[in-house]
Design a protein around this ligand. Structure first.
Ligand SMILES: Nc1nc2c(c(=O)[nH]1)N[C@H]1C(S)=C(S)[C@@H](COP(=O)(O)OP(=O)(O)OC[C@H]3O[C@@H](n4cnc5c(=O)[nH]c(N)nc54)[C@H](O)[C@@H]3O)O[C@H]1N2
Ligand SMILES: Nc1nc2c(c(=O)[nH]1)N[C@H]1C(S)=C(S)[C@@H](COP(=O)(O)OP(=O)(O)OC[C@H]3O[C@@H](n4cnc5c(=O)[nH]c(N)nc54)[C@H](O)[C@@H]3O)O[C@H]1N2
Ligand SMILES: [Mo]
Length: 675
């Protein structure tokens, strides 16, 4: 057997390194790689399922063309490329390049994705999206406060004496982090989870605090007030490194009693938590992404971040604020956050952009030219975008759609032409991470099956057909230039040795650990900004961290709030179709609290209709004490055929900063369906 070291390119914190073994050109075995200190125990169940996924009979291996009756038929690659090239040329010739929509999701990371941007630039531009479904409110909040988004090495958690997992469910979404949290506990650390749900992460913690969804800023600000009132701040740290502290202090109207009213957490628990945090000595707060997908999400993150700031728990071992660590994003084009901003002036000649969070309404508000051709890759917008009813209508209205996919997703099912997408083992690439500190090389391990060609080659061949300048210089390398292109691409980046990258994961030289230990903050004042002029100017929010109740979108009268978290067995809409996964997980169900079930006369297994002004879905319920009264919980990413489609109920709306999607503000009511 031949052995390779590779990395999982899914959109996940862990970005696990693992060893793969091939025989006769097929991957036979996957084993952990202990020398990546962040992910020493190897991949999760999804990573192990690559053995099935890459060879799944459901994988699309040939280009497919939609037939008049809606079914798909295999079509030759040359023919498919010619058809698509003709539609693209025609749209561009008649209506300009902005009549083509380029939509990319987060399905596969790596430098090769740059080739898509290069192609569309050479095409003359396109209509694209800005913002992001995932994390931009929090990224922006950290950036406004600290200048850069980074944190200590994952294994430094073992040095913490207290860890607060604030709205993060690591046991499902970052399983590798639990290794380091367990070490901290062995060393005597206290672990607190703050989450409206009792997650499986909470099962492994010492304390669970369950605020009402969307109210964490009130909790954090009350804690800050307790810390200040009791004289537990680090005054020297504040004097040296923080701006706006006096204004912040003067603004703090949030007493523990008031926070109790808002969050539902008893005032004495708030006081106790605040004092434990300030007195911890080495406090690490790990903030997840669920709690920033609200209309107040950015301000929530700024409020929580005020706690390590006023207690001086930054820049030291065992301390910090872990939201994301972008220190392995060393390659210019994948660096945050530039691609997330609608830099309208700069981008004008290249593109017209609509917000991902409000895709449906933005799409229908587009002026001339209308969209003639859509190109979708690495994403499943029909399932993952909020307001998915409008998203469906938008796609239905587009005359010609191309989707590059591995499986027949709900989005692929709407395509006119499907190009089969490469698998994890089938093209070399370089992958960064937002948690794992290593930059990693992903080698080509197996040949491409069927008639699969990677996107890089699809673009190169289309460029030939359309008459777009292609080749290494234009960023659209020919297939036999691809490896050189990748090599060159990484050679210009300082901070790591290229040859070493081919051997093992590399922590770039410029990785700062502990993060912020040089006490340089890339903010306008050069200090940590509790008061941020930029926040007020750019996003129209209070320049100080503040609590705003979450917007109810005019549906405050509906009794339930929808929570649509991520689950261990899938990455959003991926993996759920595999036998390896189906064998170990139950069908997705709607979770409802014991109290609400009793009130509505419901029991586990009943079918309910979940509805609001935007639409309805139906599903079976599970009655559980893990969910708070007033919440309904259903995982995101479930395909329509599996009973998904929850994003139909979710209003297309942006977070307070960063152009994120406020998925979790949604309210709904339920009704029992008599079968
Ligand atoms: N297995 C698996 N791993 C994944 C993913 C996946 O789909 N599956 N997705 C990856 C991606 S793209 C992302 S963005 C991350 C997300 O990783 P996480 O941030 O851990 O995941 P979420 O499920 O979005 O949210 C975390 C928790 O926030 C809680 N929450 C919701 N609202 C509130 C609130 O108002 N206050 C508080 N305190 N908590 C709240 C939810 O109950 C949930 O348990 O995970 C990555 N890793
Ligand atoms: N209601 C609700 N909705 C949410 C969220 C939520 O919390 N609640 N979370 C949001 C978040 S955090 C995120 S990140 C988004 C994720 O939403 P998306 O970015 O759409 O991600 P996935 O659902 O993982 O779909 C990725 C697709 O890419 C395909 N793919 C994999 N590899 C390749 C490749 O190499 N090439 C091509 N062309 N395709 C490939 C996969 O088969 C899969 O169908 O969803 C968001 N949607
Ligand atoms: Mo995400």
């Amino acid at each position: 057997m031949k052995e390779f070291l590779t990395v999982c390119p899914r959109n996940c914190y862990s970005t696990c390194t693992f060893r793969v073994f091939t025989e006769d050109g097929k991957v036979k075995r996957i084993l952990p790689y202990g020398d990546n200190l962040a992910t020493p125990e190897g991949p999760c169940i999804k990573g192990l399922s690559y053995l099935e996924r890459e060879y799944s009979p459901e994988r699309i291996l040939y280009p497919l063309q939609r037939q008049p009756d809606g079914s798909f038929e295999r079509i030759g690659t040359d023919e498919a490329l010619a058809l698509v090239a003709a539609r693209l040329s025609d749209a561009r010739g008649k209506h300009g390049p902005h009549s083509v929509l380029f939509y990319k999701g987060s399905g596969c990371s790596g430098l090769s994705n740059d080739i898509a941007s290069a192609f569309w630039r050479q095409f003359g531009g396109a209509t694209t999206t800005y913002g992001n479904l995932c994390w931009p409110a929090g990224l922006e909040a950290v950036r406004l406060t600290l200048g850069e988004v980074k944190h200590n090495l994952p294994w430094d958690l073992a040095n913490a004496s207290m860890i607060i997992l604030w709205g993060k469910n690591s046991a499902e979404t970052n399983v590798q982090e639990m290794i380091h949290i367990e070490k901290a506990r062995d060393n005597g650390a206290r672990v607190v989870v703050i989450d409206p749900r009792r997650t499986i992460t909470a099962d492994k913690a010492d304390i669970l605090i369950r605020p009402r969804p969307g109210t964490d800023a009130a909790l954090a600000l009350a804690m800050a007030r307790v810390i200040i009132d009791r004289g537990m701040t680090d005054n020297e740290f504040i004097r040296e490194h923080v701006t706006g502290f006096e204004k912040f202090k003067a603004s703090l109207q949030m007493t523990p009693d008031k926070a109790q009213e808002i969050t539902g957490i008893p005032a004495d628990e708030i006081i106790e938590l605040a004092m434990a945090a300030a007195g911890a000595g080495r406090l690490t707060i790990i903030a997840g992404y669920g709690l920033q997908r609200y209309t107040n999400g950015g301000q929530t993150i700024r409020s929580i971040l005020s706690i390590p700031v006023i207690t001086g728990m930054l820049g030291k071992p065992g301390c910090g604020f872990n939201f994301a660590n972008l220190q392995s994003y060393i390659f210019d084009d994948i660096k945050e956050p530039l691609s997330y901003y609608p830099d309208k002036e700069k981008d004008k000649p290249f593109r017209r952009a609509i917000s991902m969070a409000t895709f449906g309404p933005d799409f229908f508000a587009l002026e001339e030219p209308a969209i003639e051709v859509a190109w979708v890759e690495r994403g499943n917008p029909l399932i993952q975008l909020p307001g998915s009813g409008e998203v469906r209508k938008a796609f239905e209205s587009i005359p010609f759609k191309v989707v590059v996919e591995q499986f027949m997703t709900d989005t692929a099912a709407m395509a006119d032409i499907i190009f089969p997408a490469k698998g994890i083992f089938e093209q070399a690439d370089v992958v960064g991470s937002y948690w794992n500190p290593y930059a990693q090389y992903k080698p080509k391990v197996t040949d491409l099956p069927g008639e699969v060609i990677p996107e890089s080659e699809i673009y190169w061949r289309l460029a030939q057909l359309i008459g777009i300048p292609a080749g290494n210089e234009t960023g659209i390398p020919a297939p036999d230039e691809y490896d050189n292109w990748l090599m060159e691409r990484i050679s210009h980046t300082p901070g790591f040795v290229r040859e070493e990258l081919f051997r093992n994961p590399v922590i770039p030289e410029q990785n700062e650990h502990p993060a912020y230990s040089n006490m340089k903050f890339d903010t306008p004042s050069g200090k940590i900004e509790l008061w941020s002029e930029v926040a007020a100017r750019q996003w129209g929010v209070n320049p100080l961290p503040a609590y705003e109740p979450p917007d109810e979108f005019g549906e405050a009268h509906l009794p339930f709030r929808l929570m649509t978290p991520n689950i261990a067995s899938r990455i959003h809409s991926q993996f759920g179709n595999l036998e390896a996964i189906k064998n170990v997980v139950e069908e997705p169900v709607w979770e409802i609290s014991v109290a609400d079930a009793r009130r509505r006369g419901l029991k586990s297994g009943d079918t309910i209709r979940i509805f609001n002004s935007r639409g309805e879905v139906t599903g079976r319920i599970r009655v559980t004490a893990r969910v708070m009264s007033g919440s309904l919980v259903f995982p995101n990413g479930i395909w329509l055929g599996e009973g998904g489609g929850v994003n139909r109920l979710i209003a297309p709306s942006e977070t307070d900063m960063g152009h994120g999607a406020a998925f979790h503000n949604t309210r709904a009511d339920i009704e029992k369906v008599e079968l």
